[in-house]
Design a protein around this ligand. Structure first.
Ligand code: ADP
Ligand code: MG
Length: 716
């Protein structure tokens, strides 16, 4: 027996701390198991009570004669160690500690928690909690509600993991209203032993789980191995969608960070990166959790994003049409045959082009014929049916017609029967047959959108990795040299040299200490040139009026030198000015940013996005955890809003996306090879026309003592 089986499907359960006082947790959990119709054997353990709810109580766990698979412990922390010792003696296989008062209350509680976790580990017992709501398995062969949620959910194919106990009861309540059924339901509390990772694995192997929903506050995981294993769950054999709400989304980036990347990349960006890399779908609200889980239940994934809308109401049809675009969908262009079929079945006033308006007085036949015609169209990947209840609308008949067609097709069909009372009978029918249905068309559109996102994830192309030969030693020497001199940043010239060793194209750049030298250097490089201030106190040079581009001759170069020094002095009178860099002017290109910020446990977080001096305003950026391979680099580039511009928008030439991807991978290699790099910005990296590569125009590298926890992320 897998030890988590003892938690979810025990043959016998002992409730240690069962109470005869209604309203007490120890009473309610016992009552919920008993009245929920648990199919195994149940024992109340309480040294002071004779019986609980008419079941004879036992004074201690060891007084139970038969074997006990699962012990529910609802007792004060000071008694817990003794109770766990008894569990070990008794040979229980799983323990759920419902009681609170451990890690969350301070050091003493944490110590007890760690101690019982260690005891269980040594004895091969799995421990859930402490500080949790319990476990529910509604399957007819178990029917166990070992929790203090009053409601036993219906049987279904969704499994839930929650770090918050309180949210569980609300989720169960919502679920009932929406006709949702669960396979397994667990609240994990403090996660002393069993954590979300164990449960994701377990649910993935559970034949009754088709969709996993999860609420978490933090993940305790590390590195690439976690991501690879989750990826296998979400897209390998038996791919299972995982939906997550992660609280704390609005936490800001580190305000004191001295790079663009550091300023934008807060811990939430790390979570986003992990979720995206692993194929976990992050949602913002409990509503979305339900909306999307419902969409996944029929297991129908669209081939692509062209959808058809069939509606009896013009307005909602337009709303849905608007929403399709923001959900990443488009309205399918219907084939001739489809339009002809629609014309033959619909009145002359009906719109036979997408969105198909079957008109307010539509009968169920009209809906059926229209939906049947569009769903057969090879240009259509999925359909949405909208219904508003007019006096002549046959709500239940239409629902049945939709069920009939939806069952016949491999394409997803979602509905929005708009309203509450008048449409409720139809909604019930749809729910009974697992046809996703939503009160509002915008939710239906978002649900179809998420199915398309999943389709893209499942069908993602996997390209062979790049094989680069970097001049690692050279870069390492420069970085270690600075580090040993206790200079915790790389000067721009050193920075460029390091990037060059990793295959980046850089521009000729020379330091000039005075106006005379600047003029001579500019002559040597050849006009036009660029000049930039060099001062350890000035981080963003343009802020200080410290950058002049397109200098065409000696006069301009001399004037630029004087202007730059003057503005820098005015910007910060204490700034030490080392001189001015004279740099070759780059060929035109799109300005993007490539950056890195290092996080304990998770490792280096790589950022890519729209570059230039307005990075923080647009925040059009995407993150991934290094190591990044070619495929992740590709999705990064594709997922920013400026991508269409790089891809050749409105007749502009396509940019060198391939070279850009290569540089993302090279940057990931660089920061993994050099743990002293703490933060890095390449901004801008100029992406030239296709075939012409990319050029670094500015780089900033900050060093620090390598964090042992960051190094750990690489190896674990
Ligand atoms: P900072 O980011 O410190 O303000 P940059 O070196 O990035 O300074 O320069 C600011 C802007 O000047 C860049 O975003 C880019 O538009 C332009 N620029 C800088 N260097 C060059 C160059 N060598 N060729 C062309 N344009 C440049
Ligand atoms: Mg810059």
């Amino acid at each position: 027996m897998n030890n988590l089986d003892a938690i979810f499907s025990p043959e016998s359960v002992a409730v240690v701390g069962a109470s005869s006082k209604p309203g007490k947790v120890g009473h309610d959990i016992f009552k919920n198991i008993l009245w929920g119709g648990y199919t195994g054997t149940l024992y109340p353990v309480n040294p002071k009570a004779k019986s609980i709810l008419c079941v004879k109580a036992l004074p201690g766990l060891l007084n139970i004669e038969d074997k006990v698979d699962l012990a529910m412990l609802i007792i004060p922390p000071k008694l817990i160690i003794k109770a766990v010792e008894d569990c070990i003696k008794k040979g229980v296989k799983g323990i759920v500690v419902v009681s609170a008062g451990f890690r969350e209350v301070g050091k003493e509680g944490l110590e007890i928690e760690n101690r019982i976790a260690a005891m269980c580990r040594a004895a091969g017992i799995r421990l859930v909690g402490p500080n949790c709501l319990g476990v529910i398995n509604p399957h007819s062969s178990i029917r166990m509600n070992a929790s203090f949620a009053a409601r036993m959910p219906a049987v279904g194919n969704i499994s839930f993991i929650s770090q918050s106990g309180a949210l569980c009861t609300a989720v169960l309540d919502f679920a009932d209203d929406r006709g949702f059924g669960f396979s397994k339901f667990i609240s994990i509390g403090n996660k002393a032993d069993v954590d979300e990772f164990d449960l994701l694995r377990y649910y993935h192997n559970d034949p009754d789980t088709d969709v996993i929903m999860m609420y978490i506050e933090e993940l305790r995981l590390c590195g690439q191995e976690f991501i690879d294993e989750i990826k296998e769950i979400t897209s390998g054999n038996n791919p299972t969608p995982i939906l997550v709400i992660k609280s704390g989304k609005t936490s800001a980036g580190a305000a004191a960070a001295s790079s663009h990347t550091g300023a934008i990349a807060g811990t939430e960006a790390v979570y986003d990166a992990i979720f995206e890399e692993a194929g976990i779908i992050r949602v913002d609200t409990v509503n979305e959790l339900f909306d999307y889980a419902e969409a996944f239940i029929p297991k129908k994934i669209p081939r692509s994003n062209s959808i058809a809308i069939v509606t009896n109401a013009g307005g909602p049809g337009i709303v849905a049409t608007d929403m399709t675009e923001s959900a990443g969908l488009k309205l399918a262009k219907l084939g001739k045959e489809t339009v002809n079929a629609l014309k033959s079945h619909l009145p002359a006033t009906a719109n036979t082009h997408n969105p198909i308006d079957v008109i307010g007085d539509a009968s169920m036949e009209r809906y059926e014929k229209a939906l049947d015609a569009v769903i057969k169209d090879e240009n259509v990947d999925g359909a949405m049916v909208i219904l508003t209840p007019q006096s002549m609308t046959d709500v239940t008949g239409t629902a049945e017609a939709v069920v009939k067609i939806a069952k016949r097709t491999s394409k997803p069909v979602v509905c929005s029967f708009m309203g509450i009372f008048d449409v409720s009978a139809g909604v019930k029918i749809l729910q009974q047959h697992h046809i996703p249905t939503y009160t509002f068309p915008e939710n239906a559109a978002k649900a179809l959108g998420i199915l398309n996102t999943r389709s893209k994830w499942l069908n993602r192309q996997i390209l062979a990795q790049y094989e680069f030969k970097h001049a690692k030693e050279k870069a390492g020497e420069i970085i270690k040299g600075c580090f040993n001199r206790k200079q915790m940043y790389l000067g721009e010239l050193d920075g460029l040299e390091v990037l060059k060793s990793y295959g980046f194209t850089t521009l000729t750049t020379i330091l000039a200490k005075d106006e005379e030298e600047a003029a001579k250097t500019a002559d040597r490089i050849g006009y036009p040139v660029v000049m930039k201030i060099v001062s350890p106190q000035i981080i963003h040079k343009s802020d200080a009026g410290g950058v002049k581009v397109g200098l065409k001759n000696e006069d301009e170069a001399r004037r630029a030198f004087r202007d730059i020094v003057k503005s820098a002095n005015a910007f910060n009178p204490d700034a030490a000015i080392d001189g001015v860099l004279v740099q070759e002017m780059a060929r035109p290109g799109h300005e993007v940013i490539l950056g890195m910020n290092r996080y304990p446990v998770f490792g280096p977080l790589i950022m890519f996005g729209m570059g230039g001096i307005f990075v923080e305003i647009f925040k059009d950026v995407v993150f991934r955890i290094a190591p990044i391979g070619r495929n992740n680099a590709r999705t990064m580039v594709k997922s920013v809003k400026v991508f269409p511009m790089l891809d050749g928008f409105r007749g502009t030439p396509k940019a060198d996306i391939e070279a850009l991807q290569q540089m993302i991978v090279s940057l990931s290699d660089l920061v993994l090879d050099n743990p002293e790099i703490r933060e890095l910005d390449i901004n801008p990296l100029l992406v030239h026309e296709d075939g012409q590569g990319v050029t670094v125009a500015d780089v900033r590298i900050i060093l620090s003592e390598p964090d042992p926890e960051c190094a750990l992320a690489k190896n674990c």
